[in-house]
Design a protein around this ligand. Structure first.
Ligand code: ADP
Ligand code: MG
Length: 245
């Protein structure tokens, strides 16, 4: 059988921006402010895998499974069915417990990967690790062991990262951006007194990728990436204006 070249996100417009999808076995970051759709994008990524028979795991420090189900329902997704088929696993834990289980290759998480044949992992969110330590070097070590463990398992992962105006600095404290393979940025943009959503690929190691900034909407069925912001300046700084010609 031909080896699969790319791991699709299930969002057609985004896959196009990623030259087909993520690289198998890569660790990828999704950065965005609260409400930009990181968790939903993560779920869509796992559901896409499930539809191809690949089991997925959502590790959440934030939301109880019940609340994840509720969010998914509002988009018309039934996660229960996938769970029953063993194609989706929701795992609610703390950063401390996760790190401990990652440190032991034969630990509970490893056996979950092995027994359930998990191929895709979403971690919601890596920002919680910043609260474990004030020491930058220690935080960097935490991120490194996280990425190493994910790579050792051979899974393709999405690391969700909170980005607020106030704590963008904190997100970067352990320099996670340097060790991930891809960075996707989700942003709110103000255009003519309306809030729109913008997505861009900031970095993708070992691959060509789109450099434009595209619109996306969240609606029933999930995220939908559409056209580019043409003739616009400062889209990513938050307040955009039309370029005069
Ligand atoms: N059914 C829906 N229709 C349209 N938008 C929705 C729907 N459900 C959720 N959303 C949008 O998705 C956002 C939440 O997405 P989520 O993935 O939880 O964000 P994040 O994880 O980045 O905080 C909400 O703020 C809302 O704007
Ligand atoms: Mg979220």
């Amino acid at each position: 059988m031909e080896k699969k070249q790319r791991v699709e996100t299930g969002i057609a417009g985004l896959d196009k921006m990623l030259s087909g999808g993520f690289i198998p076995g890569s660790a990828n970051m999704v950065r965005g402010a609260p409400g930009t759709g990181k968790t939903l994008l993560g779920l869509q990524f796992l559901m896409c895998g499930a539809s191809q028979g690949e089991a997925g795991l959502l590790i959440s420090f934030e939301e109880f499974p019940q609340s994840v189900h509720h969010d998914a329902q509002s988009l018309g997704w039934d996660l229960h069915a996938l769970e029953e088929q063993g194609l989706l696993h929701l795992y609610f834990t703390s950063p401390q417990v996760l790190l401990q289980s990652l440190a032991s290759p034969g630990g509970p998480l490893s056996s979950l990967f092995l027994e359930k044949e998990v191929r895709r992992v979403v971690l919601d969110s890596v920002t919680h690790f910043t609260r474990l330590t004030n020491d930058n070097q220690q935080l960097r070590n935490i991120y490194n062991s996280l990425i190493n463990a994910l790579k050792r398992e051979g899974v393709t992962s999405l690391l969700l990262a909170e980005e607020g105006r106030m704590d963008a600095r904190h997100t970067e404290r352990g320099q996670l951006s340097f060790v991930v393979d891809t960075i996707l940025l989700l942003r709110y943009v103000e255009i003519e007194s309306a809030i729109q959503r913008a997505v861009t690929v900031l970095k993708m190691r070992g691959s060509a990728h789109a450099s434009e900034i595209r619109r996306y909407e969240i609606r029933k069925g999930g995220l939908n990436v559409s056209g580019v912001f043409e003739g616009r300046e400062n889209v990513l700084t938050g307040i955009s204006h039309r370029v005069s010609r």
